[in-house]
Design a binder for this molecule. Structure first.
Ligand code: NAD
Length: 265
C-alpha cells in the first residue's frame, strides 16, 4: 500500500514518515510541506533522521494524492479542508488527525466523505480509544449526581484548547448520558461563575513543557470519586494508529469513520 504524508516535517508528520517506513506492506509515496517551508526538497528519510529514501519533500499535494492509495494528514484545519477536497476528487483514502476543526470544517469533511473513505479521529492511540469506550460506559452507569470533569495537559506548543481528545471524551460521556455535549459543556471557568450546574460536563486545560498528552475523566460525587486516566509518552502511538487506520480503510465504501470503527470498539 502506498501512503503519502502531508505536513511531513511537523512533529507528527515526522513520526508518520517513520511509521510508514517501519510498516511491512507499506511504501512511502511521498510527503508535502507548505510553500516556503525549510524542509522542501530535502530527502524524506534524512528529514526523519534515517537513511536517504530518494523521495524529496514537495509542495504539490495534488501530485501526492495521485501517487498514493492513502494520505495521512496531521496539519491544520485550513490545510486539511484542501486535502479533503483532493481526496474526494481522487477517491483516495484520507486519514485525518488534525484537531481544532470547527463544526463548519467538520461538515465539509463529511461532504468529502460522500466520495471516499475518510477516517477522522481526535486521537489515534488504542489506549485513548479504549478510554473513550470506558467513559461512555461509566457515564451511562453513573447518574448525574456524579459530576463529570475532564482535565487535559499538553506541551507548550499546542494551539487549540480544550484538546480534540478532551472534547471527544466529553462527547463519549454525553453519549453515555444520552445528551448533546454542546448543550451541557462548560469549556472553561473564570471569575464569579456561580455554583456548578447539575449535569454539566466541565473541561480544564493545562499547557506546559513537552507533555505529549495526558487526559483524565473524573466522576465526582458526594463521598467518592472515580478517575479514568490515560497518559501518552510518545507520539509514535498516534502515528502507528494512523497507519493502521489507513490500512483498515483501504477498499471500504465512502464514509466518515472514526478510530473506534477501526478498532471495532
Ligand atoms: P506541527 O505544527 O508540528 O505540524 C504541522 C505541520 O503541518 C507543519 O510542519 C506545517 O508546516 C504543516 N502544514 C501546515 N499547512 C500545510 C499545508 N497546507 N500543506 C502541507 N503542510 C502543511 O503540529 P503537530 O504537533 O504535528 O500537530 C498537527 C496536528 O495534529 C494538530 O492539529 C494536533 O492537535 C494534531 N494531533 C492529533 C493527534 C491525533 O492522534 N489525532 C495526535 C497528535 C497531534
Amino acid at each position: 500500500m502506498r501512503i503519502g504524508i502531508v505536513g511531513c516535517a511537523g512533529r507528527m508528520g515526522k513520526m508518520l514518515v517513520g511509521a510508514v517506513l517501519d510498516t511491512e506492506g507499506c511504501t512511502l509515496a511521498g510527503g508535502t510541506e507548505r510553500l516556503g517551508a525549510d524542509a522542501l526538497d530535502r530527502d524524506l528519510g534524512e528529514l526523519v533522521g534515517r537513511d536517504r529514501v530518494g523521495v524529496p519533500v514537495e509542495a504539490d499535494p495534488k501530485a501526492l494524492f495521485q501517487r498514493s492509495d492513502a494520505v495521512i494528514d496531521f496539519t491544520a484545519p485550513a490545510a486539511t479542508l484542501l486535502h479533503a477536497e483532493l481526496a474526494a476528487q481522487s477517491g483516495r483514502v484520507l486519514v485525518v488527525g488534525t484537531t481544532g476543526m470547527s463544526p463548519e470544517d467538520e461538515a465539509k469533511l463529511r461532504q468529502a466523505a460522500v466520495h471516499t473513505a475518510i477516517v477522522y479521529a481526535p486521537n489515534f492511540s488504542i489506549g485513548v480509544n479504549l478510554l473513550m469506550a470506558l467513559t461512555e460506559r461509566a457515564a451511562a452507569i453513573l447518574a448525574d449526581d456524579y459530576d463529570i470533569e475532564i482535565v487535559e495537559m499538553h506541551h507548550r506548543h499546542k494551539v487549540d484548547a480544550p484538546s480534540g481528545t478532551a472534547l471527544g471524551l466529553g462527547r463519549a460521556a454525553a453519549l453515555g448520558r444520552a445528551v448533546a455535549l454542546d448543550g451541557v459543556w462548560c469549556k472553561s471557568r473564570d471569575g464569579h461563575t456561580g455554583a456548578r450546574t447539575k449535569g454539566e460536563i466541565g473541561f480544564a486545560t493545562l499547557r506546559g513543557g513537552d507533555v505529549v498528552g495526558d487526559h483524565t475523566v473524573m466522576f465526582a460525587a458526594e463521598g467518592e470519586r472515580v478517575e479514568l486516566t490515560h497518559k501518552a509518552s510518545s507520539r509514535a502511538v498516534f502515528a502507528k494508529g494512523a497507519v493502521r487506520a489507513a490500512r483498515w480503510a483501504a477498499g471500504k465504501p465512502p464514509g466518515l469513520y472514526t478510530m473506534r470503527d477501526v478498532l471495532g470498539l
